[in-house]
Write a protein of this length. Sequence first.
Lengths: 139, 516
Amino acid sequence: MYEKILVAADGSEHSKRAVQEAVKMAKTNPEAKVTLLYVVDYGKARNEILHTQSPDELHLERRKHLQPLEDIFHSTGVQFETKTLHGTPGPTIVKHANETGYDVVFIGSRGLNALQEMVLGSVSHKVAKRVEAPVIIVK
Amino acid sequence: MTPIYGFSKKCYCLQMLNEFYKGSGILKTMSYKEQWFGNIRADILSGIVVALALIPEAIAFSIIAGVDPMVGLYASFSIAVIIAFVGGRPAMISAATGAMALAMVTLVRDHGLDYLLAATILTGVLQVIFGFLKIARFMKFIPRAVMIGFVNSLAILIFMAQVPFIFGINMTTYIFVGVTLAIVYILPRFFTAIPAPLIAILVLSGIVMYTGIDMQNVGSLGTITQSLPTFFIPNVPFNLETLQIIFPTALALSIIGLLESLLTASILDDATETDSDKNQEARGQGIANFITGFFGGMAGCAMIGQSGINVQSGGRGRLSTFTAGVVLIFLIIVLGNWVVQIPMPVLAGIMVMVCIGTFDWGSFKYMVTAPKSDAIVMLLTVVVVVYTHDLSKGVLAGVLLSAILFAAKISKVEVRNKGLNADASNVYTVHGQLFFASSQDFVSAFDAIEPAERIIIDFSDAAIWDDSGVGAIDRVMGRLQSKAESIEITGLNPSSEKLVKTLATYTNSEENASQH
């Protein structure tokens, strides 16, 4: 049974569906615990700080991204914790997943737009390739 | 998730404490020694990466400022090394920057390099003073609309400075710029160990040298001296006239430098989940510029882009900044003969990348979603900077306009009539801030009200700030005496109530005391 479940999310629609699928799986095992991972990269941190007047507003803006995802957990009663890490999304998710050791990893198929994907490469692809645990890409 | 700094097992408690602090949103702080030697291997590697990425920028910014490439290269070496010791934000990269270069163009053109060096020294003095005056706390008064305008206009100005090197020369130039952009944007997808701009420089310089294409290069705009900078006192007369020439530039430089440095420090705080001392950083910037001026370098500040490269390459400590400076000057001394061969279209292409990275692309959405006043402040900042070519003037204009708009916004006071109650009392509710700027509107709002037996003025949604506000209430009470049998004031918050009680002279003040 899958017990330690990781779901990497960026607040996009795809990541919301990834959370929903993670919850579905977690519900099959009462022992299951889901970690909701949110990664902020340098460019994103720069833009967020530029657009917020204070650290408190920054905190609120980030909460707004995570709140709808956390609500999915709250409504189903699945155990979960939220984690925010800083770094380039792909490598940061891979490092965290491999160091902590999860039974399964969920990730949305696409958060970036087409241009960003061309330049940066797909995060979900990197995660699927390098995470040691089984990875489910949700579209 | 903590072991960026490799705590030993003994420090397990400390680690837990760190986790706790992080969880609660309090940033951890490190000892000075830890800031230097807590991350040696990664700091040295990232410092080397930054040095490689710094060279083209330092040269390009020198060209923007209108000085020899060495002025920017010496500045980048000197500032990085000094700030590594005296800065307040470990792992932040400070060097010659575009924002500062743009502010010195006029001084260099009209008076030459020595006046620029004198202005750099004065910039240092001003920044140290600002640091001791704890300037960092004033940062929060600079609206984000102004900061967004700042980075956008910076990107626009750097781009405008590249135009002469890109457009209207020949087809080969366009091809070189295009290939440079293709390399810097596509290559990092497959290979990130060496900064892509450096690869673009190596490959394209090689092609130019091999084929002998006639193309403007760094050497045609200046010289590279393969030696360490030396101490000398700028050759300017020490009199009031000199001060009058350099002071406006130095003041602009010190403001721009601190703005960009403190913004960068905030971003690094967030990206590395560590805290920093902003006032120490301000003083450190001052010390670095002060010394740099005596070693033939131009004033500089922190760089958002380079600091990002450093952090993304694993740099976390002061050693990374120090390494960047030392490796940079080492490379120049060793490879100076090759550096002059860098073709200008390649450098311009790299600068276009810097512009694209600097510009806040979220601004277009911001123009639509942000309050109109914020959007106008952002636009004004950009327009003033692009028009005057001076970032500090744009910031000043933006701050002034937003202050005026803010005052206008909060000085709107509204009085609404809730109509007659069952007990024949007529209720008015007051909404907003009552102070000197809004008191007259408040009084005139009561000019045309209907007489009633009882009038209740409800202040639940209002606050009284000063004597003008209290005076206004007093005047309204006086005028209403003729229109109502009794007048009541309700819903004052305790501090407003205290103000009204001490200062107001209207007759039935005893009623408001019992109403609360």
